[in-house]
Design a protein around this ligand. Sequence first.
Ligand code: SIN
Length: 307
Amino acid sequence: MHPDMKVELAGLVLRSPIMVASGVLGSSTGLIKRVSENPSVGAVVTKTVTYNPRNGYENPTAIDLGFGFLNAMGLPNPGYLDYKNELAELRDKIEIPLIVSIGPSNSEEASEMVKALNEVSDGFELNLSCPHTEKLGLEVGSDPEKVRRITASARKYTSKPLFIKVSPNVTSVVEIARAAVEAGADAITAINTLKSMAIDVNAMKPVLSNVYGGLSGRAIRPVGVRIVYELYETLRVPIVGCGGIYDWRDAVEFILAGASAIQVGSAIACSRSGLNIFGEIEKGIVEYLVAKGLSNIRGLVGLAHTS
Ligand code: SIN
């Protein structure tokens, strides 16, 4: 029997637990549509939009380190009002949940953005974790009181699922996530990138134009798995695992740690099989479930905690 891969995530029904992480498809709605047609993709998260348009940083903005990617794009986006029009068109064309990632710098921005984008989204992921943008991301997401206020403001204007994407660059992720949940978050996405840098030894200068960036990819998977495990021990809301998921084993590891769904990001950029990566991950999970005698993916969530 083919195991049931459907998951219920904060009120959304996903045909597969595999989601596309924010950022990786840029803000191209054409690409989002194409990816959404892949039957192994359960939901898509958009590139983060901010209150005001942002040009992003100068090049170089990304480098492949072999064991992961270092990037500082600077959250380039047209601003939430412009992007709203594009999302409105897209929403009617795709059949899976579209989660809109927003990066507010304060409560007022959070409420304005959620109010405006509510009708064109199936849920929101609040990016309170980008590690290298002034007055955004981690600068607000490392303070539990700001997280509480921003989450509560977003909550006021939507009954749709509210995910908070947390950062590993804080003393206690559990404290930050708990503040978000107490203020009304439905789920936690863990984790965003690790604040990092690289130096060009010939030029004797930082490689990225912004100096600091975020490390993603293979190298950060153990950090992500540890954080999902810790969150699962203390929170009673679904967790979406993210960080260095390249194949079915990586996905299963996150699910065993406590993730109800997973997001794939960096792996898409270097996948030799292109968008088939989603099908390959799903096939591997299905075979694993069959081998373990499990009839559905839900039965796998958090199992590492009981063994
Ligand atoms: C970026 O646009 O620079 C990355 C976004 C993020 O880290 O959340």
